[in-house]
Write a protein that binds this ligand. Sequence first.
Ligand code: FES
Ligand SMILES: [Fe+2]
Length: 398
Amino acid sequence: MSKKQNQQKNDWDRSGLPGWTYHSEALFDLEAEELFRRRWQFVCHVNELSKIGSFKTIDRVNERGFVIRDQTGKIRAFHNLCMHRGSRVIGEPEGTCKRAIFCPYHGWSYNFDGTVRGIPNRDTFGDVDFSQMSLKPLDMEIWHGLIFVRFKGSDQKSVSEILARFHDETSLYKIDQMVPVEGSEWLDVLDANWKSVRDVDNEGYHVPQAHPALFDLYGQNYEDEPYVEGTSRSIGTFNVKPSKKWSVRSYRKILEKNNWLKLPKLQSCSWVYMGMFPNFVLGFYPDCVIYYYEYPLSANKTIQQGGVLRHKKETRANRLARYLSGRIDRDTAKEDQMLVVWSSEAVKSSAFSGICLSDLESGVKTYHDHLRELLPVVTMQEEPKEKPLSQVNSSLLK
Ligand code: FES
Ligand SMILES: [Fe+2]
């Protein structure tokens, strides 16, 4: 929301979520179920699965899954759980299965369509019907080349319905034809609640103080739109003033001379971010597309992960621009992670008495509104102890 839009309106709750919601293990269980099992989770780009048998795994809150390209070229998604004794059938994060999927425990094998292929000592299993023991499929959807899965059914809309308002703008970047940048995938473990990661990411008020390079790039023209129906959009249009840092200056100079995708004027000199509730963000740059997401391991431990997609045929100038944007992003991520940990620590301090949001942080508020609607228990000032938290939440939902 722009400063101007907000000047007329000064009547909203600036206090954020209560502190207990950032360290309650009972709430973590509820969030795991409602947000991370029942909502779409990003896995990878289709072009990461380049061959028949190529796979990529995904772990979320005690759920394990994988996507794989089958013999016909189709991409399929399954729970990563052997029907014999529950081992992971795929132990590596990514790779290619040769002829079949072999479970590392006792060697049951499965076809790429999930059906059972071979059972060592099959005659020792009595009259078990192995045709009923295929791997369990996951909900899967591909949007502009990006693969999403969902571990449990829910009333959540399809990815294309949720992201419908971004379809045209996303099409400009042709991300379905992009390829992952080798070695660009990163993963960090943070001693913080996952919502602190979102809170920092959902506002740009901190950019001038916390992100010198980003500020130098687009600090004077950054706008966060509020979170609406599960999606958010922010845009940073490059400053009119010349940049002070050489890396930012060089980056802008390359982009002034090149427009590889023939982007419209606005996008050719902007970074555009699009978010999907609860935890996925795409960053569209003139030189590449980035993605990142976070998910909890516990109430106080979070994994943050991301990577970069590039155009298949990249010129030297494009590669250099991507190197420079990556430099800005690496600095920004480090700066943000420190803020995430400090915010998460704060709620446990005896001096913590809540937060106070500015109009420029309305993205945090509108994201919290999504949480409050889905998990009304987070509106309680104290953690409910007399009954199980999930039960309190269900009664509030009614
Ligand atoms: S658990 Fe997979 S073969 Fe035994
Ligand atoms: Fe930031």
